[in-house]
Design a binder for this molecule. Structure first.
Ligand SMILES: NC(=O)c1ccc[n+]([C@@H]2O[C@H](COP(=O)([O-])OP(=O)(O)OC[C@H]3O[C@@H](n4cnc5c(N)ncnc54)[C@H](OP(=O)(O)O)[C@@H]3O)[C@@H](O)[C@H]2O)c1
Length: 240
């Protein structure tokens, strides 16, 4: 896949479909993609509240678990970035796998190859934290309070790895709205408890042109970023 387009030459801009576009990471992906010269299709169930306007942006209203919506959103796109997510819950979760299944099928029908999706550092059943204390805490969260969510992320990962597409799975740790300072990337595990959403958005967009992580799962983090537990509870759990 070629690098981000300049928008000034005779070639049309590469178009990205961003799923989860109206979430806090998705909005940054959309804005940064436009800044890099991409054309963007943003899928959201709440188009009326989408804050970005641009002549290379198309906002599609609809649910990513609806086949016709997905087909329509994918029309004219060259690659897909998914930041779809849902709140921590005890209840059954299906949005990751249901939207993943549909986007894989729609991409195959359309002959598209490049798919970049976000799951989480917490997705593996044998999740590892930094040191024994964090590992015990993360496994407790993984296998009790957030089990249904992480189990569905694993289902999504299975669908994507079996897709035959040019996929990259991205597993960040806890996200924050801090300014981006650059990201680290590693196979499977990474030493870092947090990631700025701005860095995650940049990493996802780098993948559109970078072939190094095709067919691989990337652990990512913002080096040196420490999450404030009170802020995490207030902004990432209670606000939802
Ligand atoms: N928060 C964390 O600390 C954390 C940690 C690790 C990984 N992650 C993952 O990182 C990604 C980004 O997280 P985030 O906290 O920035 O975003 P988020 O708050 O999880 O929002 C994701 C967006 O997904 C969209 N969405 C959900 N169900 C949908 C559906 N059926 N159809 C279409 N859109 C749907 C929602 O937008 P609309 O309502 O507008 O449609 C929502 O704004 C997610 O995959 C999340 O699971 C998060």
């Amino acid at each position: 896949m070629t690098a981000a387009p300049s928008g000034s030459g005779p070639e049309r801009a590469q178009r990205l479909l961003v799923l989860g576009a109206n979430g806090p990471t998705g909005r940054l992906v959309v804005q940064q993609a436009l800044d890099r010269g991409f054309a963007v299709t943003a899928l959201t169930r709440r188009p009326e509240s989408f804050p970005v306007e641009h002549d290379r942006l198309t906002v599609v209203g609809g649910d990513a678990t609806d086949e016709r919506t997905m087909d329509a959103a994918l029309d004219g796109c060259d690659a897909v970035v998914s930041t779809i997510g849902t709140a921590y819950t005890w209840r059954p979760v299906q949005v990751y796998s249901a939207s993943g299944r549909l986007v894989v099928e729609a991409m195959r029908r359309a002959g598209l190859r490049r798919l970049i999706i976000v799951t989480s550092m917490g997705a593996p059943r044998e999740v590892h934290g930094k040191g024994l204390g964090q590992t015990v805490l993360m496994r407790l969260l993984r296998n009790t309070f957030s089990r249904t969510l992480y189990d569905d992320m694993l289902r999504l990962e299975q669908i994507v790895t079996a897709s035959g597409l040019d996929w990259t799975i991205v597993r960040p740790p806890g996200l924050s709205n801090d300014p981006g300072t650059g990201y680290a990337i590693a196979d499977t595990t990474i030493d870092g408890p947090g990631m700025a959403r701005a860095d995650l958005a940049a990493m996802l967009l780098d993948q559109v042109a970078d072939t190094a992580w095709i067919g691989r799962t990337a652990a990512v983090a913002t080096p040196g970023l420490r999450l404030d537990p009170v802020k995490v509870v207030r902004e990432e759990i209670l606000k939802r």
